[in-house]
Design a protein. Structure first.
Length: 165
């Protein structure tokens, strides 16, 4: 039997470990909800909820965050959910991990990354850590980690701090 859990705060909704949401509001046997995508390509789900004044309202929720919170508890401050295979469409529980955000609310707030080959021959600057990650063929979070820990990856990586305005 497939693992399924009730979504806290939404009595008519249930969530599976592979990221499917079912509603029992109109369908007692449960009907699978349709997923939407936000502008950045993340899966979102709309949940209907009755509030204290007995009015109903829709809540749009990020599906990967909902998955983590239903199965593992709240996401601590300063951490975010990362896709292990970097595929935003794969919201199964075994593909999600909660990691520390080493840079700030968004990794791109580090403004820039400078790469210098270990042999010292080439230097390269990027405006965003995501661009450096694409160049190195590694995850964006790893660029920040290498820069902060000094771990070798073929390049010396340093973060370029934003200029104060």
């Amino acid at each position: 039997m497939e693992d399924i859990k009730h979504i806290p705060g939404y009595p008519e909704y249930h969530l599976t470990k592979d990221g499917r949401v079912f509603s029992t509001k109109r369908y007692p046997e449960g009907k699978e909800m349709k997923v939407q995508f936000n502008k950045k390509g993340y899966k979102m789900i709309m949940l209907y909820k009755k509030n204290e004044k007995h009015n109903y309202s829709w809540h749009t929720v990020n599906l990967s965050r909902l998955m983590w919170e239903v199965w593992n508890g709240t996401i601590p401050d300063g951490q975010f959910i990362r896709y292990k295979d970097s595929d935003k469409n794969n919201v199964s529980l075994d593909n999600l991990e909660c990691v520390e955000n080493l840079c700030g609310p968004r990794d791109d707030l580090c403004i820039g990354v400078q790469l210098k080959r270990i042999d010292g021959k080439h230097k390269r600057k990027f405006k965003k850590s995501s661009e450096a990650a694409a160049f190195l063929h590694i995850k964006q979070v790893d660029v920040i980690r290498y820069a902060q820990t000094g771990e070798p990856c073929g390049y010396y990586i340093s973060l370029i701090k934003p200029k104060s305005e």
